[in-house]
Structure formats: structure tokens, C-alpha cells
Design a protein around this ligand. Sequence first.
Ligand code: GLA
Length: 733
Amino acid sequence: MSITYDSTCRAFALHAGNCSYVLQVSGSGHLLTCHWGASVADADLSFVAPVRMKTNALADEPTPAFGLDTALQEAPAGNGDFRLPAYRVELANGAQDLDLRYVRHDIATGKPSLRSLPATYVEDAAEADTLTIVLRDALSGLEIQQRYTAFRNFPVIARSVSVVNAGSVPVALLGVASASVDLILPPQHVLSLDGAWGRERERHRTPVRHGVTLIQSRRGESSHHHNPFLAVCDAAADEAFGEVRGLSLVYSGNHQMAVEYDAFEVVRLQAGILPEGFRWLLEPGERFDTPECVLVYSSTGWGGLSRAYHELYRTRLVRGPWRDRLRPVLINNWEGTYFDFTSERLLAMAREAKELGVELFVLDDGWFGARASDNAALGDWVVNEQKLPGGLARLAEEINRLGMTFGLWFEPEMVSPNSDLYRAHPDWCLHVPGRPRQLLRNQLVLDITRPEVRAHVMDQIISVLRSAPIGYVKWDMNRLLDAYFSPALPAARQAEVMHRYVLAMYAMHQQVLDAFPDLLLEGCSGGGARFDPGMLFYAPQIWTSDDSDAIARLEIQAGTNLVYPLSAMSAHVSVVPNHQLGRTTPLATRFAVAGTGSFGLELDPTGFSSEERAAVAAGIAEHKRLQPIFHHGDLYRLRDDEKCVAWQVVLRDRSRAVLTCVGRLAQTNQRPGPIRLAGLDPSARYAVRELFGDERSTVASGLTLMSAGLWPVPDFQWTTADFLAKRWLLERQ
Ligand code: GLA
């Protein structure tokens, strides 16, 4: 068992990988955090007591040293704790606090799945144990079930909560965090992943300040602006050293990630559905389940944190046949043609792509209804036979005959006002009756919380997928949700719309996977606005950003792979000058950056010169050789400064590794210095071969490569041009 209970001190110890999490039930029945960090011994459990400071705040026990406002709590709900609550309700009498006391607990092997929500899982019950602690508010009869799963082989505690109305009258939930934890730590920094369209998940790190820091999405999706992730780290922590603690919410809607730092230097970390604008009516006997929050502890800096999230998410969040399979090299026609295509043009692109080594042809937006631009036809999922005579079946079969899989773009959650669907059902979108409907990218959001709307869309999509051999779907979502209103729900339930929308969206994804279990789903949302763990449960890969410029992608991908595995990040080689930035970068650099993710081309290859054709074919062949390392390997971000970025990926058995270096703006008269490698077998000797060049190779020990480092010279001169890239393949001899 990785979870033990000591009844003398009423403490629980959860051991996960090299980390421990210790909880205690106080004499008064409150649930307290004692420890979340490096391992502690079970035998010492009675020593790992909660910190109790003298205070004038409300004292709840005979001992004056204990007050709820200063206690390290696991289930704060007001009632004498004046910090950020994990739970806020509206009882029948109007009271908003809860007085939560321990009732019972249960320790079981394995990990239960969550009802209607994505979550990490185990394949064998021996992989994890789960502790459930039940707390109760005697006045209302409300029961809070807090679940903690300790994964044996990962430094991961997965938390979720169910709220059961065991009382006799309805209760409104105003806020239910998935996890709340109080810690006393040395001075901390907080890091979040924030951005906007085209520059998603930039890393922002600042000292934790007194008061509350909130990272929220209010946009109805996890959003370009704030990823559902937050971490705190020691002030000096870097890629390889220092303690880091991360919270990652397995959810794709409005979220709130919070850090509160109080007068007693207690850090409260919290994650859950955004409480603002949320009110869920719970009838007697009903249960509400929160999304899961995945807590990772690393004592080896950001690198350790990333590798733990990567392995967990790659192997125990992503599901289905594509979890472990290498992803096909694809070509997507979007930047190659936008809306301007015919079957002939697509087939010409496909024939050329096949020659280059591409395995999957993806037809993006514009194949359906009267969609000639982005101002019509979303919702009309019927093939446009003028553009594609013979329909999708003919095109897909021709592409199959070339030896490639055919893939298709959909945007199932949306409707264009200029569409047959909208003309027939103008009330099927989210809107506030009597108010003008606001368009964004000329479109409205379907009210998929209504079963009849969902059924109509799903029938259309499933019949398209049955009509042709389609092996891949790109599921897009190109606008945020502003009207949080479903005319089908009563007034008292309008604040449930945002969460109901997310549940409905998940159910639609599951329906597609149930009907087509082998389908490879790729998530997308105006680039990477829904790149979150919730979507990864359905879509093993997600379009990282609409910005395909290799240099912009250095930061976007480094922020993304702080949490998400390389195999999840879709990354494509596009043309230069780049369509988003106008920047010109060498082809080798575009390959080096896109090649670290789920790789593809996003261009029209029919105009390639013979040199370009040869270079692209060679790049794809090399990608296929390196792909197993990127898919299954461990990532080390070795360097990221004004001169260059260096990423190394090493197979877990340490037999092979790839080092990728990308120079930034060239500087005269400087030398880049050696790059110290990581994660190698110190006692093994490695052949080090430079790719994209004369493929010269040398031999050195893992020890030396990690201590003295690899000199990217003599021919790796940043001074010759901007944005040069180099790659080395290391193979154990
Ligand atoms: C979004 C996606 C793009 C493309 C377009 C099509 O912007 O991110 O990749 O699919 O929609 O309209």
C-alpha cells in the first residue's frame, strides 16, 4: 500500500514516487495538511504534525494555539478561515460557510474513474492507491468526499471532490475547488502559462506576493490567455535544481488557479472550476463531481516536474490505440490553400506529399456547405460537391490509393448565422433572449447543453465519418463563449451553463471515439486555446498554435512542454516568409523545431524546386528515424537564453538521444560555449553524430558529455546567419 493510516495521530501518509503527502484529522475533526514534498518515513508519522501558530483568530479547540484562520487546511470553507475558500455554498437559510468535520475514510487499491469527466487512470490496480476522506456539514447534511490517488511510480497525487447533498432541501454550490493545500515553504516564486492567440503559454514567473494571485479563464474554454496550470518553486529553482510543486487541472472550461500568501507565510494553492459566475443547484440526493487536479512534486527543478507530467499524461491520461503509436507524418492544406481548393488541387498536393514521405493528408476548413470563406456554413456538415465532385468518398479513396490516410477538419460546436442550420433553428445557439448576438469570426456557439442540438450535430458528423474512409479528425473550436445563457434552462440554473457546456463537449468527443475507436483525434481551438489535460483524454495530439514561425514556436513549445508531452504538441513546417510573422528561417530550423512535436507540413508542396523537394524528403526521412526518441523519450531543456535554445530528448533506456540547438539572432565575435548534456548513462560511450550537415561523428562517454559538455563548434557558428539550427544524434555503443 502506498497509503498508510496511523490511528494514534489520525494521520495519513501517501507515498508517490519520491514524494510524500501527509494529512491529519485534528482533534476537532478538521482536515489539515502536514506535508507535501520529499519522502517521509511511515514510522515518523506522529512527528510530522501540523504547524499551529499562536493567533487571535477564532479558536476552535481548547488549545489556543489552533485557529482555523492559521491552520494548514485541506478543506477550507470559511467559518473562521478568512482566506480563499475551497468550498462556498448557499444553504436554504442563506448561509455561505460550511463547518466541515471528518466523518470517515476509506483506502482502496487502484483509482476509480470520474463520472463524465476526463481523468488520469491506471491499467492495473497495483499502480495506485486511493484515499477518500468524507467530511460533513452537520447543519445542511452536505457531504464532501475528497479523493487522493497516490501513483506508485510517479511523484503524483491526483485529487478530486464529490459533493453529495445528503440533506433534505436543495443547496446551491457557489464554488468547489478540486484541490486546496496549505504549506509553509521558503520564499517561493509562482509560474503560470499565459498568452494570447499566436503566442500561447508564455512562461511568467514572479515572486509570490502577499495576498491572492488568481489565474483564471472566463472565456468558456481553457483559453489562449491562461492555461489551467500553476506552480510554485524555490526562488532559486531552475531547470535542474530546486523544489517545484505543480497543479494541473484536467478541465477545458472556465478555471481558477490560485496562490494565497498570508501574514504567517502560509502558501495556499488551489485549483478548480472558476467560482465566479458558477452556481450549481444540488437537489437532495444529488452529487456534483469536480474535475481532477494533478499535483506533481519535483526536487529536481522544472525539468523533473516536466518529465513527471509528460510520462503520466502520455501513458495514463492519453487513451486508445494512438497512445503508444508513432503519429503519422501529415500534411494539412490550410496554409497551403486556405479556402481556395478543388479536388484536383488537393490530389496534386497529395501526390507530391506522398513522394516526400507524408503518411496522412488532412483536408482543413472549407469542404462543406456554402463555405467559401469564414463567414458561412458552420453547422452544415454536408460535403460541397462543387468543390469536391464525387464527395469525400472519392477524394479519400484516391488518397488511400496513393498509400496515405485521409483526415478531415470539423468545427462541431459552432454555427454560422449564414447557414441552413441557423436558418432552421435560430434559437439553437447560446444567447440571451432579447439581446443582440455577438459574432466572433462571424460565428455563434451552439447550445450543445441541449440534447436535441447535440444529437443533430453528432448525427451529421457521424454520417460524414461513415461516408468515407476517414482515419483522422481535427476538431476545431474557433471562438470563445460570451453569452453564458441557454434559453432551455430555468433562471436558477443559468450559472450552470458553462460547466454543462464542457460536459456536453466531452460527451460529444466520447461519442465519436465510441463510434470510431481507431480514429486519431487532433484537438484545436483557434490554434492552442484548448490545449489542456481534459482534451488530451480524447485527443492524443493538439494543434499548439496558429503561429507556425519556428522562432516564435521556441517559446510557445517550451511553455507547452513544461506540462504537456512532446507527442501531444502538433507542430508543422510551413513556408517562408512565415504567414503569421513574415519571418524567414532556414528549412533545417523549421524541421528541428517542428520535429520535436507531432510533426507535419502545412504548405502546398506542388511548387517546390527540385532542391526543396530533396531537402524536405530528407527532413521527413530523418524525422521518421528520430520519431521514437521524441515520442517516448525524456526531455531536458538544457539552455534557453539570448544566444540559443537547446533541447535534449533521451530514450528511457538511455540508448539514444537527440540534441537540438537553435540559434537566435546572430551576434558577431562571440562563442556559444559548450552545452552540457543530461540523462545519459555516465559509464557508456556514445557515438555523437551531427545531423543536417556533413554528418561527422565523434565518440565520448556519457560522463564527459554531461560534465564537460559538447562544443557546438567548429562549424556551428551563430555568426554566419540568424536562426541557424543543429541537431546531434547520440547512440550508445
Ligand atoms: C483555426 C485553426 C487553423 C485552421 C483554421 C480553419 O484557426 O487553428 O489551424 O484550421 O481554424 O478555419
